[in-house]
Design a protein around this ligand. Sequence first.
Ligand code: NOJ
Length: 452
Amino acid sequence: MHKITLPANSLMLSKDFVYGVATSSFQIEGDRKGRLDCIWDTFCSQPGTIEDGSNGDIACKHVEYYLQDVELISSLGVDAYRLSISWPRVMNEDGSVNELGMRFYINLVDVLLQRKMKVFVTLYHWDLPQHLEDKGGWLNRDTAYAFQRYAAAVANALGDKVHAYATLNEPFCSAYLGYETGIHAPGKTGVGNGRKAAHHLLLAHGLALQELRQLCPNSQHGIVLNFSTCHANTDTEQDKQAAKWADEYHNQWYLKPLMDACYPSVIEKLSNEERPDILEGDMEIISQPIDYLGINFYTRTVYEANEKNWFNVVPPVDTPLTAMGWEITPDAFTELLVDLHNEYTLPPIYITENGAAMNDELIDGEVKDDDRTEYFHTHLNAVNEAIEQGVDIKGYFAWSLMDNFEWALGYSKRFGIVHVDYETQKRTIKQSGNAYAELVKSRINRYISGIK
Ligand code: NOJ
């Protein structure tokens, strides 16, 4: 069996480094009847949107099985659990709190605390209430203010029992995939739509942050961004420029406003109609200090210039891939972390997601996913390398605790360190899950035996 190991002197083997597992509401919860509809319910009901024609109605039935699921997480020995709140479960359409829905999360947080785990809560992991989408969704500036009110309701209910709040998860996906290319809910398209949605999402982040700070002064507050390093296909100036535009358009578009209160220079390539409406004071709201930055990383991307002086993705050839068709590139992970550290004055970082979908097989009650274990091994070592190069990284969350609804790919892709049988809802810890648990536990033993 493969193991996950780190260099003997690694800071990631000290008890202060936080290890966790992550999930999100729509991907695991089920219990659609207990909440309002969200944009993913609508999107899933449209033919051809989801590869296997599935939806989130049942998913992993986590609302029903949450107590067992917390036992499962606890059995892995991890320090923390990153979950997201379903906005349409906790807020009624008239803006009042759905007490029953909120109760679910209060109970969940309480059992996690009883199990001595730190709770990381994400407020928006893509499940926008459909009634807000009906009024324009993230294209409507009012949605940012609705998000602020929702954030205050959650902060009032959960308070500083939550160790760390994140306003948004991967606003790139919400804006670009949801409103620009249309491969995610709500399936809208157009450059102007994507950029406008991104701006309103960032504004929503800033507005929510004000509430969170005031209501939960003892919790950490931040945001989760995804990054894929951008590489030029050839050494030509054109391809190098293409990779730079792609980096600004997909990565820096979300980080630079937070850190430097402005969009990257690629904004100048857009027509006036394509640019977001930035009102006075917006950039100050967006760029308030955060306590930590959550970083999600999976793979790198290669670009070439096209005839429009813009960028095209070059698909990987002859390199090891995950079941998503994503290149396995741990070196790019180190490069990303070191580059961001050099470019910005960042707050401490948590790796809030990292992991891989693999072609798992459950045989005789076991999933021997050495390939996933190897992925974790190389990527955790990549994080360690970044720490050695001076990057302040406080923790790492494996994506995901268990197999779940992988958005437009439905249940066809499995990211879990725990296997889910969707017929019976039986959970089986995969070998990668055991390897992760062993790494976490070995760290505790090292501490107790006094070896640093
Ligand atoms: C990032 C997203 O936050 C998560 O929801 C998704 O399942 C993983 N990437 C894998 O694609």
